[in-house]
Design a protein around this ligand. Structure first.
Ligand code: ATR
Length: 268
């Protein structure tokens, strides 16, 4: 019998996850199927029960349900700390957040070890929480910069990590800048979380969690200043790969997943 998994979100039309997971199942000859499932916010709880009863092994959870599902599952330490779930395993109703491993894994894959680095995290939403949690565990010196400064302070306090909240000028001292805001996301590709006249360290590294477009204005700004920029597709693929191995117990074929995500992105 075909094993079923999928992703719930609202909207869900542009998710790259079905392409990525189904390509991996096919490459390994696994009789599994991954579907995108549009679930409006008012029926999230109902949908979890329905999918569980229908025999789904697990699901990914995306915007806007990542916090809403928390009361109905058993979140692990990471999901509790981040305050958001992106992967559920209905066998035991366990839930986790694989964005942390996805982000940290992609940094490592690009040869970036944040231990001891001065890192500025831009943003204070769920994506920023995942980044700050992972970076703090890895031993980075973290400054959180957000349009609404109180949210940056709240993020630090609630995570209980050693980090400071500061203004945008802090990026001038950063060795690594991580964009966890939605600024620059398609279709508003002309926007950047950095002002035009900002000074950057010449050897700065930038990580943009945005992968649509592949090259954001933020990345171009950093490269123009002599720095190195990494886009967010690798993080997306790696968070998916962690979920894949949780559900199947099989080593995920990263190259297959990456190619499928990239092809789907280009086809959209
Ligand atoms: P996610 O869970 O994906 O991180 P979110 O919780 O909506 O999404 O957070 C979006 C982040 O992008 C926030 O840090 C937000 O800043 P505020 O906390 O001030 O809202 C930031 N953001 C969104 N649009 C922005 C803009 N035009 N300029 C600056 N920051 C912006």
């Amino acid at each position: 019998m075909t094993q079923r998994v999928g992703v719930i979100g609202w909207p869900i039309e542009h998710s790259l996850s079905p392409a990525m997971h189904n390509a991996a199942f096919k490459a390994l000859g696994l009789d599994w199927q991954y579907d995108k499932i549009a679930i409006p916010p008012d029926i999230v709880k109902l949908s979890l029960n329905e999918l569980r009863d229908a025999g789904f092994v697990g699901i990914n959870v995306t915007v806007p349900h990542k916090q809403a599902v928390m009361p109905y599952v058993r979140p692990d330490e990471i999901a509790k700390a981040v305050g958001a779930v992106n992967t559920i395993d209905f066998r035991g109703n366990k839930a986790t957040n694989t964005d942390v491993a996805g982000f940290m894994g992609d940094l490592a894959a690009h040869g970036v070890d944040p231990a001891g680095m001065k890192v500025v995290v831009l943003g204070a939403g769920g994506a920023a929480r995942a980044a700050v949690y992972g970076l703090a565990k890895a031993g980075a010196y973290i400054v959180v910069v957000n349009r609404t400064p109180e949210r940056a302070r709240d993020l630090i306090d609630s995570l209980g990590v050693e980090a400071i909240a500061d203004g945008i000028a802090a990026v001038s001292d950063a060795e690594l800048i991580v964009n966890c805001t939605s600024v620059g996301l398609a279709p508003k590709v002309d926007e950047s979380p950095l002002p035009d006249d900002i000074r950057l360290k010449p050897d700065v590294i930038a990580y943009d969690m945005i992968y649509r477009p592949a090259q954001t204005r933020f990345m171009t700004q950093v490269e123009a200043a002599g720095g190195r920029a990494i886009g967010g597709l690798g993080m997306l693929v790696r968070q998916g790969a962690v979920a894949f191995s949780l559900w199947t117990g099989v080593e995920p074929p990263l190259d297959v997943m990456f190619s499928a995500a990239q092809a789907q992105l280009q086809a959209d």
